[in-house]
Design a protein around this ligand. Structure first.
Ligand code: GLC
Length: 734
């Protein structure tokens, strides 16, 4: 529709119709199989309110959406099509590794291709918008939603959030196979006090801008059509009522002119926050802050007309919000084709097709992070006769898609057993559950009670220990329950569940050739596992093709490609834990225990496994760094060269990382910051000269007056394997 026609449509709308465009109905009101993603769901709607509804949450399926779209348009007085939105976070039905795993690939292009596939499947299933990318920076593994992020680094997160937007939206969301992206949760949701979900966030302006805002801004610069408000308050004001954050920072500074949607009932939660006495006050605060669509709660629906009539809210605010919603619908081409890509036949062909599964499998392999590989026990040598015992609750489980995955029942998620049997049917392998994943005292967040039978537990353990005794190698398949991470899943104990640690201890008493695979949505304490195993590999929650990807890597056809996007601690008590921390006046030497130094007297103050770490099946050597000039000036970048050699026995891929450190500035600066990475693949003995550009803007920060500047002085460049790399060179910023 031409903009002039759209403007005429807006002018034609009644206040009730305008308000309806700003209301998002929970799909559970219309169908029984809608995913419920929020706590509040007591929707009561009049026929008139239902008739003017502008968008629907959490319904999918081409046939279902076409039917509901037809109903919506027939009821809507101007027959305006509804928007259909869903959390397509780890893919639609072809489930990819969780976002934290995708961050571990250090390959944004891979996440872009994954987002393209998710969009193709979601669009064929009738959807228009996905609530992704989640661009929240995270530093505290107690928070369950770290699994949805791409980690603790602003630069890495920015690369991924922009890539995902490009993948979902392409050059034009009207095109077939494209979805509008909604970047979330604006802002600072990843920094709740104590790692407790939904808790308050207190961030200095500098930390907010330097660490937490960049990835949202990168997604917006990449063209994200929507932004979602976060549940948390930021420095005392809940996001959905935070004018400064939404109108000054988001709209003016970041130049965002798309749709701002609240999180699920976040407008209603302004009453719980205590900053709105009633629904009318909540609606006023939210529309003044710039929230366009209210998700599920109905305060706009119930109070906006009255606020308009009484002149308590200027009608312009309503019109501006409705205009943005109508423009979004128009950009999707819904006025010409309200069903967009919804096509039952195409859905059958596209969803879970071989090509998509292959992509999911490749992404999974590249996300696995091998932390230990003593005696090069991996890859497994599956010589004939050598017995491999796969032991643990994940040895043959299909519950290996992360939170926010909604794979259909028949999607054929590939377990480790299935993957291994398909790849190596002749191998002497056995598979034993070994123990329950959790004891019954764990009530999962969906209220599911786990059954626990003491006798069965004893039998499982005895059987597994017996199998371990007779095996040449044991592959322990352990980890969190997938519902122990995700929304509403903050934990104080960051460990593999105790039942499984018992299994680990019993099995390692009878066999020392242990490979431990860890399914997890977050960093965990893994010192005991590392001491009792020869190999430890983080597989996260790999999705539909888990078993195939794990088989590819265990048997050596491919190597594990991941590097940690979050620091793994010795202890949960170290949280928040992140590599790019500010300097202090009493730095400890490499975190060593020492009184009167920054750190602890009972724990080394560093990560057990640092950001950026992980190994493959070969080894790399770094030469010294050579830089083209010792002085960096504003206009002219410095080039930094470093020779990297594969000194191992097989080809492999290394993620070469570039860090910069500003040694002196008017405010304290991080000990180092990731400013570049390159993945190189080298044959045995092959060398490659990796080149990075160092530009003045990489050294900018917010000074004491909150100006975004760089300052002259000594700097260091590090090029190496991870965030502890010592390979460095000095230069001066003029
Ligand atoms: C949830 C989540 C948000 C999600 C929304 C819609 O509560 O916080 O990430 O997109 O509701 O399902």
């Amino acid at each position: 529709m031409r903009e002039s026609e759209l403007r005429n449509l807006l002018d034609d709308l009644s206040v009730e119709e305008k308000v309806g465009q700003l209301f998002q109905l929970s799909g559970s009101f219309l169908v029984d199989n809608a995913v419920i993603t929020g706590s509040w769901d007591n929707q009561e709607l009049s026929e008139q309110e239902l008739a003017v509804t502008g968008s629907v949450l959490s319904i999918s399926g081409a046939g279902e959406i076409k039917r509901i779209q037809e109903e919506c348009m027939s009821r809507q007085p101007h027959h305006i099509p509804a928007l259909f939105m869903l959390d397509i976070i780890n893919g639609y039905h072809t489930i990819f590794p969780i976002s934290l795993a995708q961050g571990a690939t250090f390959e944004p292009e891979l996440a872009q291709r994954g987002a393209e596939i998710a969009a193709k499947e979601g669009a064929a299933a009738g959807l228009h918008v996905t609530f992704s990318p989640m661009a929240d920076l995270v530093r505290d593994a107690r928070w369950g939603r770290v699994m949805e992020s791409t980690g603790e680094d602003p630069y890495l997160n920015s690369c991924f959030s922009a890539a995902m937007v490009r993948g979902y939206q392409g050059n034009d969301v009207r095109e077939k196979g494209r979805l509008a992206a909604c970047v979330k949760h604006f802002a600072g949701y990843g920094a709740p006090e104590g790692g407790r979900d939904y808790d308050n966030v207190e961030l200095s302006e500098r930390t907010l801008r330097e660490a937490y805002l960049p990835a949202y801004e990168a997604a917006i610069k990449a063209g994200a059509k929507l932004v979602m408000t976060s549940f948390n308050s930021l420095n005392g004001i809940p996001a959905s009522a935070n004018k400064k954050l939404m109108r000054n920072v988001l709209r003016q500074e970041m130049n965002f002119d798309g749709v701002l949607i609240s999180d699920y009932d976040a407008v209603g939660e302004l009453l719980n926050h205590g900053i709105a006495e009633d629904g009318k006050a909540a609606a006023k605060l939210a529309i003044e802050a710039g929230v366009d669509i209210e998700m599920v709660s109905q305060h706009y629906l119930r109070h906006m007309s009255e606020l308009m009539e009484r002149g308590e809210v200027p009608v312009e605010l309503l019109d501006q919000a409705v205009w943005r919603v109508l423009k979004l619908k128009n950009s999707l081409g819904l006025f010409e084709n309200p069903y967009k890509d919804a096509d039952e036949e195409a859905e059958k062909q596209i969803v879970l097709c071989r090509e998509h599964r292959e992509m999911a499998r490749e992404t999974a392999r590249k996300s696995f992070v091998l932390l230990e590989n003593k005696e090069e026990i991996l890859p497994l040598r599956a010589e004939t006769g050598k017995k491999i015992a796969f032991i643990g609750p994940y040895a043959d489980s299909q519950e290996i898609c992360g939170s926010w995955s909604f794979p259909p029942k028949d999607s054929g998620v590939v377990s480790i057993k299935k993957g291994m049997m398909e790849k190596n049917p002749a191998a002497a392998m056995c598979f034993h559950e070994g123990c329950y994943i959790l004891r019954q005292d764990w009530c999962l967040k969906n209220g599911e009670q786990l059954v626990f039978n003491e006798d069965k537990a004893k039998h499982l353990m005895a059987e597994a220990v017996n199998a371990a005794r007779g095996a040449d190698t044991v592959v322990l398949c352990l980890g969190e329950h997938y519902q122990q991470s995700g929304e509403g899943a903050s934990r104080t104990v960051l460990q593999i569940p105790e039942e499984q640690k018992k299994l680990l201890r019993e099995v390692t008493k009878v066999n020392s050739n242990i490979v431990t695979l860890v399914f997890t949505g977050r960093p965990l304490e893994l010192e005991e596992e590392a001491n009792l195993s020869k190999a430890v590999m983080i597989v996260w929650f790999p999705g539909t093709e888990s078993g195939g990807a794990i088989a590819d890597v265990l048997l050596g056809e491919k190597e594990p490609g991941g590097r940690l996007p979050m620091s793994f601690p010795y202890r949960a008590a170290q949280m928040p834990l992140y590599y790019n921390r500010f300097r202090t006046g009493r730095p400890s030497e490499d975190g060593a225990i020492g009184s009167f130094r920054t750190g602890y007297v009972d724990q080394v103050d560093k990560a057990l496994y640092p950001f950026g770490s992980g190994i493959g099946y070969t080894r790399f050597q770094y030469g010294s760094i050579w830089i083209t000039r010792q002085v960096l000036t504003g206009g002219q970048p410095i080039l930094a060269f470093c020779m990297v050699t594969n000194v191992g026995k097989r080809a492999g891929t290394e993620t070469v990382q570039l860090y910069l450190a500003d040694l002196h500035a008017s405010v304290i600066r991080p000990v180092r910051q990731l400013r570049g990475f390159q993945k190189i693949t080298l044959a045995p003995g092959e060398s490659c000269e990796v080149v990075f550009e160092i530009r003045e803007e990489m050294l900018r920060f917010w000074d004491s007056e909150m100006n975004y500047v760089s300052e002259p002085g000594q700097c260091m460049v590090f090029i190496g394997h991870d965030s502890t790399a010592e390979n460095s060179a000095q230069f001066v910023l003029e």
